[in-house]
Design a protein around this ligand. Structure first.
Ligand SMILES: [Zn+2]
Ligand SMILES: [Zn+2]
Length: 307
């Protein structure tokens, strides 16, 4: 599996993008089919998206430095957001072309050859999409997954277009071609909105899934002794990296040494359960009223047992 690193897989997707773009453009050129044109337009986006993804992954791999002390993972959300915007643009263009061709129909030529070429391009895309999805899941990379998801929809739409063109050829009905193009544009539209939404969530520091938060609460509670509690649990995610912080309320006379040992223990336990997680704990004396009034979260977050 070591051959399939995120970087190598992205090289592969750029190569696939280039070759399918050439094949599909040629298929449109010889057939004058607008649905094949819509398919080729998707390939242009695939290629641009693959290049953006490549740059984003290279940047996000950089370790934290003195100007980006949390690391560079968030660049991935810009990449997938930009990709979403590009696809949105393509969806509108293809939809408009489809409507135009519906009003002014045109005959199709040498459809068989065009369809075979388009089918070969789709096979290439299908293989690369599956590789992207597997490697993306393994490395928890939103960029690779977005890229793979994107290629996969490209495969579905091309299959739909090919089936439709086959029907158009058999029946000789001219409006099937533009209707297919409009259908493709609607599919592309939903993908783009999903990508934009996912990026938005990441950039807005959406909390970790409730399942993981429950695990974290359970670990903290499990490690607390009498006259201890916690509050103001916060979490966020940047790419594969997760961040958790909370206030630990300890008896005021407990030594820093003992308190720190406890915090190290909790930190370690959380990191064992939640992969690639950074934990920050703020210690405060449980007797002091100011410890309880220091965070807006304390008024509405889930209640923890106060022993
Ligand atoms: Zn420490
Ligand atoms: Zn507090």
């Amino acid at each position: 599996m070591s051959l399939f690193t995120p970087r190598n897989v992205l090289y592969l997707s750029i190569l696939a993008g280039l070759s399918t773009l050439v094949l599909k453009s040629y298929a449109y050129w010889i057939t004058d089919s607008i649905s094949l044109l819509s398919d080729a337009a998707e390939s242009v986006i695939n290629l641009i998206a693959a290049i953006i993804a490549f740059i984003a992954v290279r940047l996000s791999e950089r370790p934290a430095d003195d100007t980006h002390t949390y690391g560079h993972e968030k660049i991935e959300y810009f990449s997938s957001g930009f990709e979403g915007a590009l696809i949105l643009f393509a969806a509108f263009s293809i939809g408009m072309l489809g409507i135009h061709r519906l009003i002014f129909p045109q005959p199709l030529q040498t459809l068989e050859v065009g369809m075979i070429i388009s089918f070969i391009a789709t096979l290439i895309n299908a293989v690369v999409a599956v590789i992207l999805l597997i490697v993306g899941k393994k490395y928890q990379s939103i960029v690779l997954e977005a890229d793979g998801q994107h290629l996969l929809t490209d495969v579905y739409t091309t299959c739909g277009v090919l089936i439709g063109l086959f029907l158009a050829k058999v029946t000789g009905v001219e409006w099937i071609d533009p209707i297919l193009a409009i259908g493709v544009s609607l599919i592309i539209l939903t993908i783009s909105l999903q990508l934009i939404w996912k990026s938005f969530k990441g950039l807005m520091d959406h909390a970790l899934p409730e399942k993981e938060l429950a695990i974290i609460r359970e670990i903290i509670t499990h490690n607390l002794e009498s006259k201890m509690t916690f509050h103001a649990l916060r979490s966020r995610q940047a790419g594969a990296k997760k961040f958790v912080d909370f206030h630990l309320l300890l008896p005021g006379l407990l030594s820093i040494k003992v308190g720190h040992q406890l915090m190290e223990k909790i930190e370690h336990a959380i990191k064992l359960q939640i992969k690639d997680c950074q934990v920050q704990i703020h210690a405060e004396p449980i007797e002091d009223p100011t410890s309880w009034e220091d965070n807006a979260l304390t008024s509405f977050e889930k209640k923890v047992p106060n022993s």
